[in-house]
Design a protein around this ligand. Structure first.
Ligand code: ADP
Length: 503
């Protein structure tokens, strides 16, 4: 290295003047060592091109950067250029020659090809050095492996590009804010949604677009966002011309340090459509109830009259009318409950009552009309519950009727009750067609019906279990199901002795 240091003395300071030869050589040795270590750590090496003789010299440290363990990279410009990636060769040569011509500096980044054909990135910087008569020209400098930096730069660039294309093309409004929710950037869909130009929105607080009466609530939500990091919610915004839009948004408070990302979607039309549908369902089911009640009442009168005439076949027709009217009435009442529930209008009236006798009465009533199955009740609770009596009745009716509907070949249904962990436990077990494992979670979703021929043979809307689970939840309880296909199903309901306090 001593020899090379001599070559590169123009770049690195030589020793101070007032020194003995011994001192000088020790100091030189030390600075040599320090330089070698520094170059090694920095993945750097030194190169020198004697332009006059076209001789390239390399420090030992630069060889590994070109993929060489031993041997030489090459002694002249042509040989050096062979290591440069073909597409970058001309540029590197041109830049070198330009620096020589201008007696100036050389600085460039280019790709190199290792002997194993792998591609690496090299940064080279150098300066032209002239002898006293300015005849002998050399260019000397450092080379540095920058592959890692280049790779992370390109990965960063790629994800930036990806984000930018999503940002520009998105139909949803994308907004970037600081921690205080001041808007820093938004896409075209953003200004379209808020009906305000980007310039007008930048630096404004995002809360300024939220409808006045929603502001308090939204500010509270956004405080939670800061803690939770991620949020999905709905709110309402108001445009400068007064029009109001319903939006749903997802927010990421830690999108970047001190930067939050909001994505807003306009759901006004969807909301309107939902409201229209619910309204229509409400009207239809309401209007259906009255004629159904009349049919049921007239069927009953007819039944009484026919009973005396002993007209067996007409009596059977009448029973069918009665049975089917019952099914229809149940469907209609489920529809009505569902719409009320979705509109948040399903009311609950809580009263304190003794659970065991309540259940006994409900099961007896069901058994009167349920001729196909025998309901067997096991267990005791021995507690009073504060609950909506009618809604709890509805839970039991739904579960027992389902148990009967979906076990056409079975004869019994087992209802078990117990009390533990401050909760009432109720289970309804049937021995019917069962529920495939993957469907067990979905059956509580609204309008969800299992698509198998055996299940579809049974009349239903797919709302009974949705209503049941909503009532259970409203009472602070929980509902789950277990099943073995072809063997039967068991539904488990857990209820606290009193409902949760309203928020
Ligand atoms: P439906 O009116 O269709 O019975 P539910 O909401 O009560 O609606 O039930 C949803 C679906 O769950 C049903 O369509 C049926 O496929 C399945 N299911 C409910 N209870 C049972 C059961 N006891 N045995 C088998 N499948 C059941």
């Amino acid at each position: 290295m001593t020899k090379s240091t001599h070559n590169f003395e123009d770049i690195f300071d030589s020793s101070p003047d007032e020194m003995t030869m011994q001192d000088r050589s020790e100091t030189l040795q030390q600075s040599d060592d320090a330089l070698r270590v520094a170059l090694e750590i920095g993945k750097m090496g030194i190169w020198d091109w004697d332009v006059s003789t076209d001789k390239f010299t390399w420090s030992d440290g630069i060889k590994p950067l070109y993929g060489f363990r031993q041997g030489n990279i090459g002694g002249n410009l042509k040989k050096f250029l062979q290591h440069v990636y073909p597409a970058d060769r001309k540029r590197v040569e041109r830049d070198l020659k330009k620096a020589v011509k201008a007696r100036g500096t050389f600085e460039t980044e280019f790709r190199i090809l290792w002997p194993d054909n792998s591609v690496h990135w090299m940064f080279k910087k150098g300066r032209v050095i002239l002898d006293k008569e300015a005849k002998h020209i050399r260019i000397t400098g450092i080379g540095m492996d920058v592959t890692t930096r280049k790779l992370s730069e390109s990965i960063l660039k790629l994800s930036e590009n990806k984000f930018k294309s999503v940002f520009d093309a998105s139909l949803d409004a994308i907004i970037i804010t600081d921690d205080e929710k001041h808007i820093l950037d938004l896409n075209a869909a953003g200004s379209k949604l808020f009906d305000v130009s980007k310039e007008q929105l930048i630096k404004k607080n995002l809360i300024s677009v939220v409808l006045a009466k929603e502001k308090k609530n939204t500010i509270r939500e956004w405080k939670k966002l800061q803690k939770e990091g991620y949020q999905r919610a709905e709110t309402t915004i108001q445009r400068p011309n007064g029009t109001v839009r319903n939006v749903e948004y997802s927010a990421n408070a830690q999108f970047l340090p001190n930067r939050a990302l909001f994505i807003f979607r306009d759901i006004t039309d969807r909301k309107k459509e939902e409201l229209r549908r619910e309204h229509l369902l409400g009207i239809v089911s309401h209007e259906l109830r009255t004629p159904l009640a009349s049919i049921k009442a007239f069927a009953e009168i007819l039944h009484r009259k026919l009973r005396d005439t002993k007209d067996q076949s007409n009596l059977e027709y009448l029973s069918k009318i009665d049975e089917k009217t019952g099914v229809l009435a149940e469907l209609v009442s489920n529809l009505l409950d569902m719409t009320r529930m979705q509109e948040g209008r399903l009311e609950f009236f809580y009263e304190l009552f003794e659970f065991d006798s309540f259940l006994k009465d409900v099961l007896n009533d069901i058994q009167v009309t349920l001729r196909s199955h025998k309901i067997i009740h096991k267990g005791k609770v021995g507690k009073e519950i504060l609950a909506d009596r009618n809604r709890l009745t509805q839970i039991i009716i739904n579960l027992v009727k389902n148990a009967a509907k979906y076990s056409p070949n079975a004869e019994k249904i087992i209802v078990k009750t117990s009390f533990s962990d401050h909760h009432i436990h109720l289970s309804v077990q049937d021995f019917g067609i069962g529920i495939p494992k993957k469907e067990l979670q979905k059956i509580f979703d609204i309008f969800y019906r299992i698509e198998s021929p055996t299940h579809k043979r049974v009349v239903g809307l797919g709302v009974g279990l949705y209503i049941t689970s909503e009532i259970v939840k409203k009472h602070g309880g929980n509902i789950t199901a277990k099943s073995v296909k072809g063997k039967g199903s068991t539904f488990f309901v857990t209820l606290p002795l009193q409902p949760p306090k309203p928020e």
